[in-house]
Design a protein around this ligand. Structure first.
Ligand code: SAH
Length: 347
């Protein structure tokens, strides 16, 4: 049988597991704190446990941490992009972004992705596997340990579709926001999805005030289908209804992500149609100039077009910002670093 993944357990479950080998509850508390607050790399770090106990634990519940393979530092804005190796030798990427309001980490939720968005590097090799809760947590833990920076915000916007790895995502979010763990406020967490209606509805019922971002990228289903295969499966109306339901249940302002792709979704008529689509919603639109990847022929809209697009939304009194391109000098678009690593290392 596979070993139990001790770092994916809730404290209550950990307490039970340790009780089964004769350990009292206060030990579970200490160990949980080592794992999730003091960010231990191994049992030998846990200096308030006896050597014998550390040996027992490492036999019974072995764990390994993510291994840093590479870290790229942006010259322009301090962004650091990390490439981590998992236990099974696969690699994932995560990003640390430094803002005035605090440090934000962008994590991956899967190894690869099966959603197939046309402009995205993460989806080219398909999905290899889901990430475990501990592997999602560890991206934040290692970045905090390696950079010496305190992480206050987390965005699940790296490689993968988080709602396609639903149970692991929920467990990850509950441990991340646990007062006895790293205790990151749910209000400082954003989950980004390509839009899977039944999962959005389930997520709405979890009772966590997390910001949900919808990767919209088009004002209607026809244009959306050109960029996102998922639009062929779920009609935009169905996705928007689920998204509104998320607002009703959580009261969290909705975020729309809209990557501007030259000649596809960046015309004035698209901006007008988008204004109509989101009018009346408590929402924010993030315009992202698409980051071209070499495998595809998509181009970034020019600045004038982007500005014009924004002006039309503003005229319609839609909250809108053009997303700053963090770390553009270090392959910061979703999946690019991982993809170039895999290309370089495969024969
Ligand atoms: N699967 C989730 C989260 C990961 S992608 C989702 O679809 O939201 C995070 C965001 O980056 C999404 O809005 C995605 O569409 C966008 N994105 C991916 N590749 C991009 C690129 N090359 N240029 C601009 N935005 C991109």
């Amino acid at each position: 049988m596979e070993n139990l993944d001790i770092r994916s357990l809730y404290i209550e479950e950990l307490t039970q597991e340790l009780k089964a080998i004769g350990l009292p509850a206060f030990r579970a508390k200490q160990i949980y704190e080592w794992l999730h607050v003091k960010l231990a790399e191994n049992y030998d770090d846990m200096t308030n446990l006896s050597k014998d106990l550390r040996t027992v634990l490492s036999d019974k519940f072995p764990f390994t941490i993510l291994e840093e393979v590479d870290a790229l530092h942006s010259e322009t804005d301090g962004t650091i992009k990390y490439l981590f190796r998992l236990k099974d030798d696969r690699v994932i990427e995560s990003v640390l972004m430094k803002y005035h309001h605090g440090n934000s980490v962008c994590i991956s939720s899967q190894v690869g992705c099966r959603m197939g968005c046309k402009f995205c590097a993460s989806t080219i090799g398909g999905k290899e596997r889901d990430l475990l809760p501990s592997e999602m947590l560890d991206q934040i833990y290692r970045i905090q340990a390696l950079s010496g920076e305190r992480v206050s915000n987390v965005v699940i916007m790296g490689t993968g579709e988080p709602l396609d790895n639903y149970d692991n995502l929920m467990r990850f979010l509950k441990i991340l926001t646990d007062a006895q763990g790293l205790n990151i406020s749910a209000r400082n967490i954003t989950v980004s999805t390509c839009g899977i209606p039944d999962r959005i509805r389930a997520f709405a019922k979890e009772g966590m005030p997390i910001t949900l971002a919808l990767s919209l990228h088009a004002p209607n289903n026809e244009v959306r289908k050109q960029l996102m295969p998922v639009a062929a499966k779920y009609d935009l109306k169905e996705v928007m209804d689920a998204f509104e339901y998320y607002y009703e249940m959580t009261g969290r302002r909705l975020t729309f992500e809209y990557s501007l792709v030259e000649g596809i979704n960046d015309e004035e008529e698209h901006a007008k149609e988008l204004s109509k689509l989101v009018k009346g919603l408590n929402c924010h639109v993030n315009l992202i100039p698409v980051n071209p990847i070499k495998e595809r022929n998509y181009k970034k809209s020019n600045n004038k077009k982007i500005q014009n697009f924004k002006n039309i939304l503003e005229k319609n009194r839609i909250n809108v910002t053009i997303r700053r391109e963090m770390g553009a000098d270090i392959d910061a678009a979703c999946g690019q670093l991982r993809k170039s690593y895999i290309d370089k290392n495969s024969v």
